[in-house]
Ligand binder design. Sequence first.
Ligand SMILES: C[S@@+](CC[C@H](N)C(=O)[O-])C[C@H]1O[C@@H](n2cnc3c(N)ncnc32)[C@H](O)[C@@H]1O
Length: 278
Amino acid sequence: MLSYRHAFHAGNHADVLKHLVEVLILQYLVQKEGKPLRYIDTHAGPGSYALKGSFASKNREFKSGIARLWRRDDLPPQLEHYVNIVRGFNASSELLHYPGSPAIAAKILGATHRLQVFELHPDELSRLGAWAGRDRRIKVQQADGFSALKAILPPLEKRALVMIDPPYEVKSDYDAAIAALEVGRQKFATGVYALWYPLLDRDDVSAFVKRLEKMSVKSLLVEFPVQSMMGEGMRGSGMFIVNPPWTLQQQLEVCLPYLHAALAEPGAAVWSLRSQGE
Ligand SMILES: C[S@@+](CC[C@H](N)C(=O)[O-])C[C@H]1O[C@@H](n2cnc3c(N)ncnc32)[C@H](O)[C@@H]1O
């Protein structure tokens, strides 16, 4: 479990989907001026990624992700906002740095909001601590983000986005992700939850998605394949959003065709969006 390093994958197609969804949700939630919000990240990672660093430059996954959007001047406005946030982490027009999920949240959230972020890996934790620095809004904790939810929900603010972005290196992450959403439903039913998962040509992953769809919650399920669904390795990724802002589906309907044209390989399966009520 402690061998996973997200820097190998920073800025790839899965990060683009995940962070676009994060931006769209947070943008909506911060519109309620003056109402404090908590951002909870159960699997925070190191906070930011150097794309010329030894990990990210190994497979250069960002080349088929954020790099394909970097110089585009025809981005739909919702997608442009996300790309502009990434541009804000780069001093020049060269793509050198990519922000992690907590850094994106810290950029969008104002002084009245709070961030509570969990990370287990000691190296990632020390990078995360260095990234958070003296920002008094951010609380960094070395703990299992799945089980922490039981203790910290509901948050004082009574408004929150909970990002759940496990590495799925161990199969128990699938059960733990569903259990975390169940805890959320019981302890803080009005919270917004965004769970990321890989699209894999595997029966256990299909069964996992069926279990998500059977949960009795208001939700939006996004699937974004960048390859055909058959074959080895990650075919794309998906997100399951509980209590999505009412604007999210329509925003994604605009962004996903553009993203698919930009990031998917020829012959890739089509993207899908499925919403369900309680
Ligand atoms: C996919 S990465 C997170 C990437 C991050 N959300 C981002 O967008 O930059 C998953 C992270 O979770 C950490 N991790 C793994 N199991 C964990 C657990 N049970 N609780 C907290 N962190 C965990 C890993 O060390 C890794 O840094």
